[in-house]
Design a protein around this ligand. Structure first.
Ligand SMILES: Cc1cc2nc3c(=O)[nH]c(=O)nc-3n(C[C@H](O)[C@H](O)[C@H](O)COP(=O)(O)OP(=O)(O)OC[C@H]3O[C@@H](n4cnc5c(N)ncnc54)[C@H](O)[C@@H]3O)c2cc1C
Length: 448
């Protein structure tokens, strides 16, 4: 099964209409398509955070020659379209489940990795003067019921026990002082790690940084064929081919099953959709006493993530449906518009100026996977961040670069090193999305 969603989800000719594109500045220059027959030590398929971070660390720290083969342009995938919440995440399993399955030491290692991933992005930006519109400190969770607020006590206790850090629990009044005022606010939690950024600017700045260190990035170079020749790999694109000793698969939610047997039936892309309002006026902001600079999320069953950007636009993202048809984009746009009206009644008539979507990526065992294909040495992958890859894809790209060059210390938690499993019945893998969202949708409608 080559594509799980409607062809428009994969078509570079379909305009994205994202606010990030409109505000992301210049495209990365020097990304010529592959032409003729080229050589390198490492070929990377996919030019998002994973591929670009791997490229940077391979050339800068590993001293290898690297070519990134990107089907469209750096950041065209999820990396240039996401919510820009540089936050905890990676696995689809929560920390207590990881502790149960792998033991508490592994859970602690996994949590430490998530903290390190956020710091890696912060450090890359600071050290290299990346222009990526960093904003806020930490992240704020808003409880939509008193029950949800009470459950945050357990969440904070869990982070203290497994992560060793404090999350500040907030009463309704304390939340309103720090976040915003609205009818459905029942308190919240201030999580101490994370920040917001402009994801397309970040992807492009990462690409430029990798280029400055010697990586070659080819845009409009979709890999359509893969042959073995005398122990090397030949990747074919429309304009020519690249021969490499090693190959990294960094295609995440845009991976096609037929790319390599290791990914065939192993990944489950899912759609997430985002809307952006026009800039809110000072009076409109005051109507909800908006204070938050940090990224936010809420406890509703149909989870929403949102931020107020530096130019005072409200961004809100959430699920994006099961099909990817143009009509489904409109339906989920209505859902998010209605969510804004429910959460922020004073803004219910504010125009939505942008709406776009993209594909995130899950694995069968709900874990991020970084490693070398067991029965095809020299082929590596770094995949499946379960909708939280801004920090984790950057970190995993660096980790897989360490594995490829043999020079870096990857320090991978045991959650990431299991072989990438296939879905038991790949043709039915989308059923997981129906199962997850079906029940949540009903709970949401019932106001639970
Ligand atoms: C709408 C949305 C909102 C999100 N919000 C957040 C958020 O706020 N915070 C967060 O942490 N994470 C978020 N995520 C997830 C995050 O964006 C991803 O986890 C991350 O960008 C993955 O990076 P990547 O480089 O692995 O993959 P991608 O950025 O998807 O890049 C894969 C690239 O591979 C290319 N490609 C595919 N096949 C081929 C081929 N055969 N040949 C050449 N190139 C190919 C594609 O063109 C694409 O550019 C969100 C995702 C979406 C879709």
């Amino acid at each position: 099964m080559a594509q799980l969603f409607h062809p428009v989800m994969y078509d570079p000719a379909t305009p994205l209409q994202s606010h990030w594109e409109a505000s992301g500045g210049d495209m990365v220059s020097g990304c010529e398509p592959v032409a003729g027959d080229l050589e390198c030590d490492v070929a990377i398929i996919g030019g998002g955070f994973t591929g670009l971070s791997a490229a940077l660390h391979l050339v800068r720290d590993g001293g290898l020659s690297v070519r990134v083969l990107e089907a469209v342009a750096p950041g065209w995938g999820a990396s240039g379209r996401n919510g820009g919440h540089c936050c905890f995440g990676g696995a689809g399993l929560d920390a207590p489940t990881i502790a149960k399955e792998f033991g508490e030491d592994v859970a602690r290692h996994n949590i430490a990795t998530q903290r390190e991933a956020i710091e890696l992005v912060r450090d890359l930006a600071a050290t290299n003067d990346l222009d990526i519109d960093m904003q806020g400190n930490g992240s704020l969770c808003v409880a939509h019921t008193t029950k949800a607020r009470a459950e945050l006590d357990d969440t904070a206790a869990m982070w203290k026990r497994l992560g060793g850090f404090d999350c500040e629990l907030l009463s309704r009044e304390a939340f309103c002082e720090r976040g915003f005022t609205a009818p459905h606010v029942h308190g919240g939690m201030d999580f101490p790690f994370g920040f917001g950024l402009h994801p397309l600017k970040y992807a492009r700045e990462l690409a430029r940084l990798a280029q400055r260190h010697g990586a070659v990035i080819h845009g409009k170079s979709m890999v359509t064929g893969w042959q073995r020749e005398n122990g090397r790999h030949r990747l074919t694109t429309a304009g020519g081919s690249v021969r490499a000793g090693k190959v990294l698969i960094a295609t995440n939610g845009f991976t096609r099953d037929e790319l390599h047997p290791a990914v065939d039936g192993a990944l489950l892309p899912a759609i997430s959709e985002i809307v952006a309002t026009r800039p809110l006026t000072p009076d409109e902001l005051e109507a909800h006493r908006w204070r938050a600079q940090a990224p936010l999320y809420d406890t509703r069953p149909m989870f929403a993530y949102f931020r107020l950007l530096p130019d005072n636009r409200l961004h809100m993202g959430g699920a994006g449906g099961m099909t990817g048809t143009p009509a489904s984009k409109e339906r989920w746009k209505s859902f998010l518009t209605q969510r804004i009206a429910t959460m922020f009644p004073e803004w219910r008539n504010v125009e939505i100026e942008y709406c776009w979507r993209g594909l995130l990526c899950q694995s069968a065992d709900r874990l991020t996977h970084v490693g070398e294909v067991a029965d095809d040495p020299g082929v590596y992958y770094s995949l499946a961040y379960h909708g939280n890859g801004v920090a984790m894809a950057t970190w995993s790209g660096r980790a897989v670069a360490g594995l490829i060059s043999g020079r870096g210390n990857a320090n991978l938690p045991a959650t990431m090193t299991r072989p990438l499993p296939r879905f038991p019945i790949p043709a039915l893998r989308k059923m997981r999305i129906y199962k997850r969202y079906g029940w949540r949708f009903i709970q949401d409608k019932l106001g639970m």
